[in-house]
Design a protein. Structure first.
Length: 484
């Protein structure tokens, strides 16, 4: 199998769990939103703000350090030492965070959600998020070894089991919103246990204090960045709850859930290109920038292709999936789609490769400052919708700054003309459809505009040689190997 065929095959395999992981929760959304209220979703979103914050700190930046150091520890024993040493350390810090959360659960709940009655709910949310975070190290091992199949199947299993247990608990058990958390916790524990057994059988435990120390030395400068990064990604929901209503947090959370399909899809595509980018960087050094730039253009096109579909058809998606009480999320989906699409450039490991992890923390401080300055008055004036616009504006400014700094330390020679064409169509069509909705243009005209925009984007794919007959044959060969 050629390199191109292997990468296309891996792309299809990585996209499979993303497609299922996005489709299943969205398919079940009409069920849950007719049982649970905007208030319930708001409480869940705020509890997740705390859980993501603490678990991210407990990971100490080691997810990024492990991914990078993996390529310097390819020998079997060193690979085992790196994996198990990292996991043991993170397990200890996460356990400590869980003990503190349980003891202070009512006080923390009062600070985060606004009421001490959600203390136990906050603790269970932390537990669920923690277990989900632990399995990332196993999945990173699969990704870096380009073992797409086990990566995909374990991810799919967790998604299906999580939805199954959540449906049983919420619909039939009648336990309320906590059923979503318990369902995810049970599925994550089962998958993490299965992964642990698999690795212990094939990779005997080995530990190295030296390797762990090296990883922490690389990762600890990322801790402020992680601290501020979680604040940045969750700040909008917290401020909506503080300045507006918990119900507003629920509507925003639903819009974010739909738009997050783009970010999740982009991450799946990143699982394919990230190992290749690292290899080009390590093998070619500074001279690899041109090779990396050419290599990434098709992945940029595919990432934004998903973004343009979600952004343009947000009203149809929200109308189908949710009752009228959640329909204010339509424009939120479109706006956040633009934000998540722009994150493609930030997914490149230039600063991590250059061992400039302290720079990422400084950039995150700048990003948080911009977000606070811009988003707070927007939220105060326009609530959840203001949060979406504020996050987009702050994200574009900070993303531009981050791109310029990253290019300084490792220059990726992007194909700028192609990149500009991709993003002009993406932003132009999405902003136009928002304007058409606010001008109350007839739905028929809006639908026609959406179809034309998709067609124009497809034509661009042919012009920049992403949508080609050769690629089509490769994809068909990967899908139907027997026919090939």
């Amino acid at each position: 199998m050629t390199s191109a065929e292997r990468q296309i095959r891996n792309s299809l395999i990585y996209i499979l769990p993303v497609a299922i992981g996005a489709a299943i929760p969205l398919i079940t959304l009409p069920i849950f939103t007719r049982i649970l209220t905007k208030q319930d979703y708001g409480v869940l979103a705020l509890a997740q703000v705390y859980a993501l914050f603490v678990t991210s700190l407990a990971n100490f930046g080691l997810t990024a350090a492990y991914e990078r150091n993996f390529f310097e520890c390819r020998e079997e024993r060193r690979a085992a030492e790196l994996l198990y040493s990292t996991l043991l350390f993170v397990l200890a810090t996460i356990t400590l965070g869980g003990i503190i959360t349980f003891i202070l659960r009512e006080t923390l709940s009062r600070w985060v959600i606004g009421s001490a009655e959600y203390g136990n709910f906050l603790f269970w949310t932390y537990c669920s998020t923690s277990v989900m975070g632990l399995k990332v190290y196993f999945l990173t091992y699969f990704k870096n070894r380009e073992q797409a199949k086990p990566f995909a199947w374990y991810t799919i299993d967790e998604t299906l089991l999580g939805v199954l247990f959540s449906l049983i608990l919420v619909v039939y058990g009648g336990v309320g919103v906590v059923g979503l958390v318990w369902g995810q916790l049970i599925s994550s524990l089962l998958v993490f246990s299965a992964l642990s057994v698999r690795f212990l059988r094939t990779m005997p435990p080995a530990f190295s204090a030296c390797l762990l120390k090296e990883s922490i030395a690389l990762s600890y400068p990322l801790t402020p960045r992680i601290f501020l990064g979680v604040v940045g990604t969750q700040f909008d929901k917290y401020m909506i709850g503080l300045l507006a209503t918990v119900g507003g947090v629920g509507v925003y959370s639903i819009g974010q859930k739909v738009a997050n399909v783009i970010f999740t899809g982009m991450t799946a595509i990143q699982n394919v290109f990230a190992p290749q980018v690292y290899r080009r960087m390590f093998d070619l050094g500074d001279a690899g920038g041109e090779s990396v730039g050419r290599y990434l253009t098709p992945f940029m096109y595919l990432s934004i292709a998903l973004g343009i579909v979600i952004a343009l058809f947000s009203e149809e998606i929200v109308w189908i999936l949710t009752p009228p009480s959640f329909h204010d999320a339509v424009d939120i989906v479109t706006i956040l789609s633009l934000l998540y699409g722009s994150y493609f450039f930030g997914k490149q490991p230039q600063l991590l490769y250059a061992k400039k992890t302290h720079i990422t923390s400084l950039l995150t401080i700048v990003s948080i400052g911009l977000m606070i300055v811009i988003s707070v008055p927007f939220i105060h004036q326009w609530g959840a919708m203001g949060a979406a616009w504020g996050m987009l504006l702050a994200g574009l400014i900070s993303g531009t700054i981050s791109l310029l700094v990253s290019q300084h330390y490792y220059e990726i020679r992007w194909e700028y003309r192609k990149a500009c064409a991709i993003f002009i169509i993406f932003f132009g069509s999405a902003l136009t459809i928002i304007l058409m909705r606010h001008l109350e243009a007839a739905y028929g005209f809006r639908l026609l505009f959406k179809i034309i925009s998709i067609a124009v984007y497809g034509y661009l794919g042919m012009k920049i040689h992403v949508l080609t007959a050769q690629n089509y044959r490769l994809v068909r060969k990967m899908i139907s190997p027997a026919r090939a």
